[in-house]
Design a protein around this ligand. Sequence first.
Ligand SMILES: [Zn+2]
Length: 257
Amino acid sequence: MNCRICNSEATKVFDAKVLNKFSVSYIKCRKCCALFTEKPYWLDEAYARTINLSDTGLLARNLYFSQIISVLLFFEFDRNAKYLDYAGGYGVFTRLMRDIGFDFYWNDPYTQNLLANGFEYNLESNIRFELLTAFEVFEHLENPNAEIEKILTLSDSIAFSTELLPDSVPDMNWWYYGFDHGQHITFYSAETFFYLAQKFNLNYYNINGIQLLTRKKLNKNKIILLKKIRNYGPFQLVKKKMKSKTFSDHLNLRIPK
Ligand SMILES: [Zn+2]
């Protein structure tokens, strides 16, 4: 089987039981170092619930990402522009970013918007976004190239999360394989992202676990600063400087008497 990302020769590394019943082959590409499943025929069953039941990290992850992304947008992007959380799930991230003060919109064809009502974005409306976020999306993709192409019609910058593959293939206990839910079908190493960046003429950065593919060339010193923000000092500054939309959104969304 050839690599679903770079089309080079790939070899099977192991078989695993997915959803407790399907025996699935996991295949690794020698060139771009991606690891992926055989053609995923079990997805209907895997997505019976769109957000997997064992995902206890959903809130913690969104809080962490909102802090890192706020600082990135504040210092490196147009802080007053429009942003899109692509595949935004329940709307947690969109709401958090609006609370901080960034003009974020939500899109997700598969999940009900619970927290970002009023900020749905319809992909047909032809707006271009300053940056688009896609958290825990890439590992679900069967055809990442096609998805990146689609995303690039909406924005020149994609910030996303996915757990990076270490140099050697992790053993079967690696939590990110997600054999229990069967939704993770493509795993990426840094090499995979360098390959994708080159293919789509983008720059690739890894900022504290946020992967960034962008047409922008970022300032190296600023990147170093951004990487040092684990104690969130700069985040407190951003929060002070931005004007939260929590209350103005509330006023705009109220049903008129
Ligand atoms: Zn490859």
